[in-house]
Design a protein around this ligand. Structure first.
Ligand code: PMP
Length: 438
């Protein structure tokens, strides 16, 4: 294929081996619904909702119009005892969607900012409650919590942590919940709730009273969709309560209908103390994230301060950006008006059946899935990760965008995906993963 003439020198591409990168990246020029188009005009079905961002499909006019209107009315508003009305409107709309009690909301611009903000809020809470020694965190092997220094410390995908180990926070990792016996399990594995007891063991080893919070993705997304065993999240909740540890759900991927409920917390019936969200909050159109905390967490932090200074020395220039708030409100309107969370729940069996039709292909060694997200594990190649990136490239050439992570694919199309689009995506997966040699 002809490549468009571009100067590749100046843009340092994220998560890319820039030095070794010989060819042009596969590029997107245009998007609508569940499709992208390359600069050369090739149609690419979007099997990963962008990066799990564009749940309502690309090119939503409602969002574009809300953003334009807000830009012309109030393009930016500063903090420090000041705010824009639209930020309160969004916080209220979000609290209506969140589990009851999680109704105090702090805004940022990325999932990574939400995670680091959540960590600082947990530390501030314990300090306010007279337990300043709770400075250690627990997270899980194979977890992903963004790339700021807090999230890098929590990272259970060790490649993200390795180069920064000298400056990371004190984090102890539990085991991940996947094992060989779970291969090809659709939905939640029945066995494995006892893996949550790793938290108890960590409390006994390090002292539960030293731990501020335990961070988990309810479904581990970035590693390739690892679904929690039945009872696992419930057990984590019990143990967190027993040791006075805050339970944080990182719902940056699982939020906004991906599981068939507004949030995985409601889907699995386990309410965390703190929740992070981003991505589909604005349908990916404008960067925005949020941390929701229980009423009493904010109350404790606020009440702890008497002097004339903020109780939480934290915030970003772009926190609660009015244009992002407008994009988020328009997005929440679409989710509601189009019934997209309900659609995800009712379409999920069709989606998962389609994914599991790939079961016997030569390149598939495991399939996992829940709601509208699935993981397709490839048979291992000689160099870990090499097959994943080769397959990602081949799928694109054949007309499908799916994100690879190591040797797994994260297949999570938009919640608006119709059966016909899904069949088109599955056809491409079948064609590429059906090849004996890759
Ligand atoms: N947490 C989770 C669970 C994520 O999946 C991600 C992004 N994939 C992040 C945090 C970080 O979000 P961002 O890339 O917007 O900083």
């Amino acid at each position: 294929m002809n490549q468009i003439p571009i100067n590749m020198k100046n843009h340092w591409m994220p998560f890319t081996n820039n030095k070794m990168f010989q060819k042009q990246p596969q590029m997107f020029q245009k998007a609508e619904g569940v499709r992208y188009w390359t600069p050369e005009g090739q149609e690419i079905l979007d099997g990963s909702s962008g990066l799990f961002t564009c749940a309502a499909g690309h090119g939503r006019k409602e969002i574009a119009e809300a953003v334009y209107k807000q830009l012309m009315e109030l393009d930016y508003s500063p903090h420090f005892q000041r705010a824009a009305p639209i930020s309160f409107e969004l916080a209220e709309a979000l609290s209506d969607l969140l589990p009851e009690g999680l109704d105090r909301i702090f805004f940022g611009s990325s999932g990574s900012e939400a995670v680091d903000s959540a960590m600082k809020i947990c530390l501030a809470y314990h300090k306010a409650k007279g337990e300043p020694q709770r400075t250690r965190f627990v997270s899980r092997s194979w977890g992903y919590h963004g790339v700021n220094l807090g999230g890098t410390s929590l990272a259970g995908m060790v490649g993200n942590r390795r180069d920064f180990s000298g400056v990371t926070c004190d984090v102890v990792h539990m085991r991940h919940t996947w094992n060989e016996d779970q291969r090809f399990t659709k939905g939640q594995p029945q066995d494995g709730a006892d893996l949550a007891d790793d938290l108890e063991e960590i409390c006994q080893t390090y002292g539960g009273e030293t731990i501020a919070a335990v961070f988990v993705e309810p479904i581990a997304g970035s590693i390739g969709t690892i679904v929690p065993p039945v009872g696992y999240l419930q057990r984590l909740r019990e143990l967190a309560d027993k040791y006075g540890i805050l339970l944080v759900f990182d719902e940056v991927i699982t939020g906004f209908g991906r599981t068939g409920s507004a949030f995985a917390a409601q889907e699995f019936g386990v309410i965390p103390d703190v929740m992070t969200m981003a991505k589909a909050l604005t349908n990916g159109a404008i960067p925005m994230s949020a941390v929701a905390v229980k009423t009493e967490i904010q109350a404790a932090v606020i009440d702890s301060i008497t002097a004339d200074r903020p109780e939480l020395m934290h915030g970003y220039t772009y926190s609660a950006h009015p244009v992002a708030c407008a994009a988020a409100l328009a997005t929440l309107g679409i989710y509601k008006n189009d019934g997209l969370f309900e659609k995800a729940a009712s379409f999920s069996p069709t989606f998962l059946d389609a994914v599991f039709s790939l079961r016997n292909l030569p390149q598939v060694s495991d399939l996992r899935g829940y709601g509208m997200m699935a993981g397709i594990q490839l048979t291992p190649g000689e160099t870990p990760g090499a097959k994943g990136s080769a397959v990602q490239r081949k799928l694109f050439d054949e007309g499908l965008h799916v994100k690879a992570t190591g040797d797994a694919l994260i297949f999570a199309p938009a919640l608006v995906t119709e059966e016909e689009d899904l069949s088109g995506m599955i056809d491409v997966l079948q064609k590429v993963l059906g090849q004996a040699d890759l």
